[in-house]
Ligand binder design. Structure first.
Ligand SMILES: *[C@@H]1O[C@H](CO)[C@@H](O)[C@H](O)[C@H]1NC(C)=O
Ligand SMILES: *[C@@H]1O[C@H](CO)[C@@H](O)[C@H](O)[C@H]1NC(C)=O
Ligand SMILES: *[C@@H]1O[C@H](CO)[C@@H](O)[C@H](O)[C@H]1NC(C)=O
Ligand SMILES: *[C@@H]1O[C@H](CO)[C@@H](O)[C@H](O)[C@H]1NC(C)=O
Ligand SMILES: *[C@@H]1O[C@H](CO)[C@@H](O)[C@H](O)[C@H]1NC(C)=O
Ligand SMILES: *[C@@H]1O[C@H](CO)[C@@H](O)[C@H](O)[C@H]1NC(C)=O
Ligand SMILES: *[C@@H]1O[C@H](CO)[C@@H](O)[C@H](O)[C@H]1NC(C)=O
Ligand SMILES: *[C@@H]1O[C@H](CO)[C@@H](O)[C@H](O)[C@H]1NC(C)=O
Ligand SMILES: *[C@@H]1O[C@H](CO)[C@@H](O)[C@H](O)[C@H]1NC(C)=O
Ligand SMILES: *[C@@H]1O[C@H](CO)[C@@H](O)[C@H](O)[C@H]1NC(C)=O
Ligand SMILES: *[C@@H]1O[C@H](CO)[C@@H](O)[C@H](O)[C@H]1NC(C)=O
Ligand SMILES: *[C@@H]1O[C@H](CO)[C@@H](O)[C@H](O)[C@H]1NC(C)=O
Length: 718
């Protein structure tokens, strides 16, 4: 059931860097401001970290080691930037970036896209040129990721007095203590909302300003939300100052946490730092040694990675932390549960809360999917028995998960509706080579050595090459893509070449899991709720599989959407504004597939492939600069399109909610209060409860499918 392994998640940090220098610290890719003018390097700073850490630990023996943020920054600024490895890093990243499906639109976005244009390839080229010319004063880079933390700003929330008035910023502790707590007006002397929005533009992975805003604040659905200035991998200043509307001002020094296992003993200069933490060639290196070889990552869930069976899981607590007592809950994934609302005006309403399409922790994919399927089925059947007529689906903070789980939920809600899907991949040279060579290897291939055997197994389980196999993918209208050349197209869009539009229906039966509508689940019960009685509640940060599910609901069934939160201004807000691609490819998966393809390529082509883009990917130098092999970064590998528009990926279209509400103080921590407000604003009295200017009319009829979805080679129809 390799279909279940199409786990997708938020776009990783790699792709959000554009105008900034890319720095790979051990495990993390993060941004720093573009190089400034040469500054005085403080060569003694690194030497002070080991003694400062020891002094801190002697005062706080059981605490996580920390030093002042300024000392950490001073040390980082003394770490040299080395032109040759810097160029090698950019070259490696550029090869991976060829797989980012949105490059052309990022560079020249349509008016519907709310963020500035970003030329990723051009930006990388500039960085390489600057590095080659010795233009960077330091590597600004941590092998031991240094997180900057600041407790003063860690509990800031954004709340409205009544859910309609524009929200203000408060410290949660002060608000809990005192109903007339002062509102925060400035951060570091700048208007607070402007400050937060500006920082978000540089560091947030969400693609519109309102979802970026929401991702910064704690709510019941986003319990770890925190301002960038409160915790960041990049230096945000040595202190934080907050100004309140009662004239009060508070300042706190920032500090840096030293990642566990990292030892600064013997690191006395920036050069020492580089050799110990950044140079994978060095013998004293503490850099992670990654193998770009064939180890399947935890996300490539070939089902053989034995998932615990249902009975091995301990019974979960009756409630999911932060949520009320449910009618139905999952078996421990902590992400899915159903509720019934009480009280006049609410007692016909059921709520299905899906905070992710994957488990919160380490639960096997088959256990999760099987239980998700049965939990949803049981909830819907209880709704029917109880005579519930309206349904809220709360996907707040849902950043995605297994595509098949998104399909499963849709299939149970609306079993009679054919799912529309049209995706494509960017035709990187390495992708074309990978597709042709992997498809030339027969299924009865017999390996002559361990390298080949391993390579064959990598390709059999690859979440990357599975998109390039005839029989696994189909045209959007269900037509066959019989050969690898049918899959490769090319289709030309915005001056670049892409595969033919494709869908992965995930409809093969398997001994482990059948999507509702297939195999033993071919005859599901009919819909319990009519489409007009369902509302999708989001906070805009819906990403990946959440967007796939949401667009099926919105575009195919005109399901209503209500959105909560956003920047402190009235007017409409997008309901879907996370990563709207159809799949991310972890960089280690791309690298492993590239190595495998080279290993299995005809002997006369090996040298040529090794010397090209495929070889750069296989070498995976960028991966050797990671701290943690568990966090390799990813590219958005597949564009997703609406049925009506074959030209612009959904990521770049504006998708307004039909109504917007703001969080009140109570709603921040009370799902029930949020759901009741959603009922009020969606059904009871939208004019009274939706934020001023936020109501957007529903699209009443389904729209026709763009005939260009039948494009094959060079934009000719097939
Ligand atoms: C160098 O950095 C250390 C630690 O931040 C600081 O104590 C010292 O004053 C700095 N020296 C200079 C010359 O800036
Ligand atoms: C490591 O070695 C490779 C190949 O020998 C070289 O290209 C690269 O620049 C070296 N990296 C560093 C950081 O010295
Ligand atoms: C590259 O650098 C040039 C010269 O500084 C600048 O004009 C251009 O905008 C930069 N391009 C990108 C994509 O950053
Ligand atoms: C809570 O109120 C008390 C009394 O006014 C005050 O001393 C304390 O500092 C307040 N705590 C917070 C977190 O605001
Ligand atoms: C750090 O390394 C030094 C020397 O290699 C060693 O003496 C010390 O115990 C190490 N510290 C920790 C916390 O492991
Ligand atoms: C990492 O690999 C290199 C080359 O294989 C080796 O020299 C180095 O000792 C390894 N470092 C660690 C920490 O294992
Ligand atoms: C689910 O939440 C409980 C606490 O309510 C916790 O013990 C458990 O580890 C969580 N499970 C996962 C998969 O995160
Ligand atoms: C593999 O299958 C092909 C045709 O399907 C056949 O000609 C060939 O002999 C088979 N090879 C092996 C090693 O079984
Ligand atoms: C899966 O869907 C494709 C495309 O609609 C179709 O051609 C194929 O027959 C389906 N397979 C099964 C097993 O239903
Ligand atoms: C899926 O359906 C097939 C065909 O009906 C059946 O053989 C298989 O056992 C089913 N799988 C599960 C997990 O029920
Ligand atoms: C209705 O459809 C049009 C055209 O596809 C689109 O621009 C608009 O955003 C849609 N409205 C809503 C509320 O989705
Ligand atoms: C399609 O266009 C590409 C790029 O312009 C070209 O290389 C290729 O030969 C064309 N294929 C056909 C079949 O016309």
């Amino acid at each position: 059931m390799s279909s279940g392994s199409q786990r997708i998640a938020g776009l990783s940090a790699v792709m959000r860097i554009s105008w900034c220098f890319l720095v790979i610290a051990t495990g993390t890719v993060f941004a720093v401001p573009a190089p400034h003018h040469p500054r005085a390097v403080n060569s003694s700073a690194c030497a002070q970290i080991a003694p400062a850490t020891a002094a801190f630990l002697s005062r706080n023996p059981s605490a996580t080691p920390q030093v002042s943020a300024q000392l950490a920054m001073d040390c980082l600024q003394s770490v040299p930037n080395k032109p040759e490895p810097a160029k090698a890093l950019v070259k490696s990243l550029k090869a991976f970036v060829q797989w980012q499906s949105t490059l052309a639109w990022l560079k020249d976005p349509p008016a519907s896209y709310m963020l500035p244009a970003t030329d990723i390839e051009g930006g990388l080229d500039n960085i390489s040129t600057t590095a080659a010319a010795g233009g960077f004063a330091s590597e600004y880079d941590f092998q031991l990721s240094i997180f900057k933390l600041n407790t003063l700003s860690s509990d800031i929330i954004s709340v409205s007095k009544d859910g309609k008035e524009v929200p203000k910023l408060y410290n949660l502790a002060a608000l809990n203590n005192n109903t007339v707590a002062p509102a925060i007006t400035k951060i570091n002397g700048q208007d607070a909302a402007t400050f937060i929005s500006d920082v978000n533009l540089k560091f947030s992975s969400f693609q519109d300003p309102d979802s970026q805003w929401n991702s910064m604040f704690k709510t019941y659905a986003n319990p770890t939300g925190m301002l960038t200035v409160a915790a960041s991998l990049a230096f945000q200043g040595s202190s934080v100052t907050l100004t309140y509307d009662n004239g009060q001002e508070k300042t706190e020094q920032s500090f840096a946490i030293i990642r566990p296992g990292i030892n600064f003993t013997g690191v006395n200069t920036g050069e020492d730092f580089y050799n110990k933490f950044l140079n994978p060639n060095s013998t004293q290196s503490q850099a992670a040694n990654t193998t770009s070889s064939a180890t399947p990552t935890p996300t490539s869930t070939s089902t053989s990675s034995a998932s615990p069976s249902v009975n091995t899981l301990a019974a979960p607590a009756p409630t999911i932390s932060g949520y009320p007592f449910p009618i139905v809950r999952d078996s421990g994934a902590n992400t899915t549960a159903g509720y019934f609302l009480d009280g006049t005006g609410y007692d016909n309403v059921a709520v299905l809360s899906v905070s992710a399409f994957s488990p919160a922790g380490n639960i096997g994919s088959i256990e999760y999917l099987t239980n998700f399927q049965s939990a949803v089925a049981s909830f819907l059947s209880k709704c029917k028995v109880a005579g519930k007529t309206r349904l809220i689906i709360d996907v707040s903070a849902n950043g995605g998960g297994f595509v098949v789980a998104g399909y499963e939920l849709f299939a149970q809600l609306f079993p009679d509706v054919q799912r529309f899907q049209a995706d494509n991949l960017r035709l990187a040279d390495s992708l074309v080579n990978m597709a042709r060579i992997s498809n030339s290897i027969p299924n009865n291939f017999s390996a002559t050595n361990a390298v080949e055997e391993n390579a064959f197994s990598v390709l059999q389980n690859s979440v990357v090459t599975s998109n390039l196999v005839p029989g696994g993918v189909f045209g959007p209208d269900g037509s066959n893509l019989d050969t690898v050349e049918d899959i490769l197209g090319p289709v030309s869009l915005k001056g670049e070449l892409f595969t033919a539009y494709q869908q992965a229906p995930l409809n093969q039966t398997s001994a482990e899991f059948n999507l509702t509508g297939t195999g033993t689940r071919s005859n599901p019960p009919p819909s319990v709720f009519a489409a007009e009685n369902v509302v999708l509640l989001t906070d805009g940060t819906c990403g990946s599989t959440c967007t796939i599910f949401s667009y099926l609901m919105i575009l195919q069934l005109n399901i209503k959407t209500t959105v909560v939160g956003g920047r402190p201004q009235t007017g409409p807000m997008q309901s879907v504004a996370g990563v709207e691609g159809a799949q991310v490819f972890p960089l280690d998966e791309i690298s492993a597939a590239a190595s495998a393809v080279i290993a299995l390529s005809p002997s006369e082509r090996k040298a040529e492939l090794q010397a090209g883009e495929l070889g750069v990917l296989a070498d995976g130098y960028a991966l050797k600069r990671l701290t943690s092999v568990d966090n390799p970064g990813a590219v958005n590998g597949k564009n997703a399109f609406a049925a009506t528009d074959s030209q612009t990926p959904l990521q770049f279209l504006w998708q307004p909610a039909n109504c917007r509400i703001f969080y009140t103080k109570e709603m921040i921590s009370s799902p029930t209060a949020t759901w009741q407000r959603t009922v009020d604003a969606t059904w009871t009295d939208p004019a009274a409860f939706c934020v001023e200017g936020s109501r957007v009319a529903m699209n009443v009829s389904s729209q026709s499918v763009d005939p260009l979805f039948r494009l094959g080679v060079n934009n000719t129809k097939f």
